[in-house]
Write a protein that binds this ligand. Structure first.
Ligand code: MTE
Ligand code: MO
Length: 198
């Protein structure tokens, strides 16, 4: 253990709901590695491409015709802000994967604009991930990933690819944009997996 300095008053508010090293924020910061792509829904599509090259494809109306869920989740950004109790509407990845034939262990999410992020397939399934298209009862704003973004709240928020346009499946794990730049390959906020070197 390090030295505990008493009388330090600049300490940020913490709660048992916060992973280690995180502080609460009430606003919703925008963190994007580049410009916000504008994707009209009539040109939007979402694809899942399997390890054998089979492509499953939804245009906006097919996607919006899928059964959706309302979810309330906590967000944890690696830059240390957390936002609790955020409300979204989206399609569960379980729904999108329902007819997908795959034995792949790894997924790479691709975004309009070129962003990528990798995660194990099992972290997309069993109620752990959504393609979300509303936030707080409104259409998801472009700067937060609209028309639709991946939402994987159990992992640091960089795994929740904004402007998601597809997922490719593979037997090989391929690091994405931030993972290649030194962020942790998995990114569990409760284990404080921020960077590769810990
Ligand atoms: N396409 C894309 N998705 C992205 C990012 C990005 O730069 N491009 N940034 C990630 C990071 S680092 C974070 S913290 C969250 C931020 O989401 P927000 O801007 O809605 O708060 O989006 C993630 N998804
Ligand atoms: Mo982030």
């Amino acid at each position: 253990m390090g030295i505990i300095s008493r009388g330090f008053t600049g300490r940020r508010r913490t709660s048992p709901d916060l992973p280690p090293g995180q502080y609460l924020t009430e606003d919703f910061p925008v963190l994007s590695a580049g410009p916000t792509p504008r994707v009209p829904t009539d040109r939007w599509e979402f694809t899942i491409t399997t390890e054998t090259g089979q492509v499953y494809r939804w245009d906006w109306s097919a996607f919006r015709a899928l059964p959706a869920q309302e979810v309330t989740v906590d967000l944890h950004c690696v830059t240390r802000w957390s936002k609790l109790g955020t409300s979204w509407e989206g399609v569960s990845l379980d729904t999108l994967f329902a007819d997908v034939e795959t034995a792949a262990e790894y997924a790479l999410a691709h975004s309009y604009g070129g962003y990528t992020t990798n995660l194990p397939v099992e972290d997309l399934l069993d109620g752990k991930a959504w393609v979300a298209y509303t936030y707080d009862g409104e259409d998801l704003a472009p700067e937060h990933g609209g028309p639709a973004r991946l939402l994987v709240p159990r992992l640091y928020l960089w795994k929740s690819a904004k402007w998601v346009r597809g997922i490719t499946l593979s037997h090989d794990d391929e690091p994405g944009f931030w993972e290649t730049a030194g962020y942790h390959n998995y990114g569990d906020p409760w284990r404080e997996q921020r960077y590769w070197d810990g």
